[in-house]
Design a binder for this molecule. Structure first.
Ligand SMILES: Cc1ncc(C[n+]2csc(CCOP(=O)(O)OP(=O)(O)O)c2C)c(N)n1
Ligand SMILES: [Mg+2]
Length: 601
């Protein structure tokens, strides 16, 4: 490939600062140039026939680094991890047909968790579309319900504008995944590249400024309430509003709960923090919501994992619900005060409105509420069972990781028990430091997402906390990490089982362990040997006494990825738990152990 043919050397007219640049090139070159123009520095992907024209100019780009992953699912989750660690749009690329369908899971994942992502796929040439051509899949049709928006591009002239629009849509309003499917002949055709293009999105105008009347109404309710709770979801961090949240919380003295997607948005160590609500939330957080008379729901969506049985969720509470996406408001729970807007603006305005209330001599008094809440915290702290045989408790591993690694690292979890323990037993102090698959619950998320996070934030320590089941779904990206020089650390919480499913079998299926045993005594595969085979360092830890030294050793290795096989007891369970479909009031903090709510009040 000659550098002379690169897109950088063929200016027909030198672009000055204010003049739009205009140049003849192929659609593929226009694609790469557009990606450079929107500021993309990293693309995760795998080439193939239909996308091949795009890979040629990509080879020459000095601005865009393409990371060759081992599976397109890895590309998608890496783009998500990159996006969540940096706040920028993550980008993945794949060929048509199976390449594109391998992206479906991460696209769905990004959609559920509002992650800004652009997925670029090659499509068969436009005359072949609809003919069952080789490697044809209608990926825009397939992903219609799981993308914020998607495009099928069949004309080279549309490529720059479509890329500009895709990045704009993915990153503004409620973030989400956008698919750009480009027919091969559009990539090969000649076009005139000009930048910036004029976007054509007349119907797309996210409302970011909240309505002042609603804000005043909300502030009044907050002042009048006796038992308010700030119910904080992932949208608050996405809006970059954690500082504002803290100011509002401290100004009002209202307790805060942070959902799975909001861990770290409000510091765990803050005395007003009540913990994580939901199916595996703390008794204090679940109790606070259930007994509340006012929920101030910010960037959160009343997910069933938080509400439990909806009809009995927070039965005495009025609801203020602020979200950038009007479709979320009153979707699951009626909002008495609906507020459409960006959480940073909403919280900023709420601070001003509450100050006005205070200046007028009206301040909320929540002293009695805090007596109840502090009682919950003292009586029902998070705890766990230790095993008499000296085997390792997974929660202990989390506690030690938290202490030794500290709150500046990123923790990227898979899905299952280990994810819940990572949410519960690691102390999060900084927004965005816990990255996980919340809405979709996608096994296999951790390793590639950690890789993406580390590439976006190379100076940060990134720990993937994975299950032995999850790890076997996407550990091939360890090869990518080793080759690309991405020294992530992976803690495999190896309980030898599809543990979360096994937990449900223990509790609800009479201990009939149908197809959840991964046969750990046979050690197939041996994760330490597997790490070695992938060019990573593999460590194993089986006893509590070795945990600290093992973590420290992993922390000292910074040139290659490290995998630690933490062999833990298979019977460890995630508590507290609200059984699916039951009321939050029926939360158990251990097996058959229910809190006594009445005594606390
Ligand atoms: C792709 C996918 N398949 C199946 C499930 C259902 N599922 C949820 S948790 C889980 C077990 C996960 O096992 P492991 O990774 O070992 O984690 P553990 O619960 O043991 O910590 C399964 C099978 C899922 N969430 N995602
Ligand atoms: Mg497991």
């Amino acid at each position: 490939m000659s550098a002379d043919s690169s897109s950088h050397t063929s200016h027909s007219r030198s672009a000055t600062r204010n003049e739009p640049m205009t140049e003849q090139m192929t659609g593929a070159q226009a694609l790469v140039r557009a990606l450079e123009q929107v500021g993309v520095d990293t693309v995760f992907g795998i080439p193939g026939g239909a996308i091949l024209p795009a890979y040629d100019p990509l080879y020459d780009s000095t601005k865009v680094r393409h990371v060759l992953v081992r599976h397109e699912q890895g590309a998608g989750h890496a783009a998500e991890g990159y996006a969540q660690a940096t706040g920028r749009v993550g980008v993945c690329m794949a060929t048509s047909g199976p390449g594109a369908t391998n992206l479906v899971t991460p696209i769905a994942d990004a959609y559920m968790d509002s992650v800004p992502m652009v997925a670029i796929t090659g499509q068969v040439s436009s005359p072949l579309i609809g003919t069952d051509a080789f490697q044809e899949a209608d990926i825009s049709g397939i992903t219609m319900p799981i993308t914020k928006h998607n495009f099928l591009v069949t004309d080279a002239d549309d490529i720059p504008r479509t890329i500009a629009e895709a990045f704009h849509i993915a990153s503004t309003g409620r973030p989400g995944p956008v698919l750009v499917d480009i027919a091969k002949d559009a990539l090969q055709a000649m076009t005139t590249f000009s930048w910036p293009p004029v976007m054509q999105l007349p119907g797309y105008r996210p409302v970011t400024r909240p309505h002042s009347k609603q804000i005043r109404e909300a502030a009044r309710l907050m002042t009048d309430a006796h038992r308010p709770v700030l119910y904080v979801g992932g949208g608050v961090h996405k809006a970059g509003a954690s500082a504002e949240l803290r100011e509002l919380a401290e100004l009002t003295g209202i307790p805060v709960v942070t959902t799975l997607m909001a861990r770290g948005t409000f510091p765990d160590s803050h005395p007003q923090h009540m913990g994580m609500p939901g199916m595996h939330g703390s008794v204090s957080a679940v109790g606070a919501l259930q007994r509340s008379d006012l929920l101030i729901a910010l960037g959160t969506r009343f997910d069933d994992r938080v509400t439990g049985q909806l009809a009995s969720f927070a039965p005495h509470a009025k609801v203020i619900h602020a979200d950038i996406d009007p479709a979320e408001i009153s979707k699951n729970r009626h909002a008495d005060v609906p507020i459409v807007g960006d959480c940073r603006e909403v919280i900023g305005d709420l601070i001003k409105a509450v100050r006005n209330e205070i200046n007028e001599g009206r301040k909320g008094d929540y002293a009695d509420w805090w007596k109840i809440l502090n009682g919950y915290k003292q009586t029902y702290p998070l705890g766990y069972e230790e095993f008499a045989d000296g085997s390792l408790a997974p929660q202990y591993v989390m506690e030690r990781l938290s202490d030794i690694v500290g709150p500046d690292a990123f923790y990227v979890a898979g899905v299952g028990q280990h994810q819940m323990w990572a949410a519960q037993f690691i102390g999060y102090e900084r927004p965005g430091t816990f990255i996980n698959s919340g809405g979709a619950g996608t096994m296999g998320f951790a390793v590639p997402a950690a890789m993406g996070a580390k590439m976006g934030r190379p100076d940060a320590t990134v720990w993937a906390i994975d299950g032995d089941g999850c790890f076997q779904m996407t550990n091939q990206e360890l090869a990518t990490c080793a080759i690309e020089g991405v020294p992530i650390k992976v803690a495999v919480i190896n309980n030898g089982n599809l543990g979360m499913v096994r937990q449900w079998q223990t509790l609800f299926y009479d201990e009939r362990y149908s197809n959840t045993d991964l046969q750990r005594t046979r050690r197939i595969p041996d994760f330490v040997k597997l790490a070695d085979a992938y060019g990573c360092v593999g460590l194993r830890c089986e006893r509590p006494g070795d945990v600290d030294a093992t973590i420290r050793k992993a922390m000292e290795i910074n040139d290659v990825p490290v995998v630690v096989d933490f062999v833990v007891h298979q019977d460890a369970m995630v508590w507290p738990m609200v059984a699916a479909g039951t009321s939050n009031d029926d939360i158990k903090y251990a097996r058959d152990m229910a809190p006594k709510w009445e005594n606390e009040e």
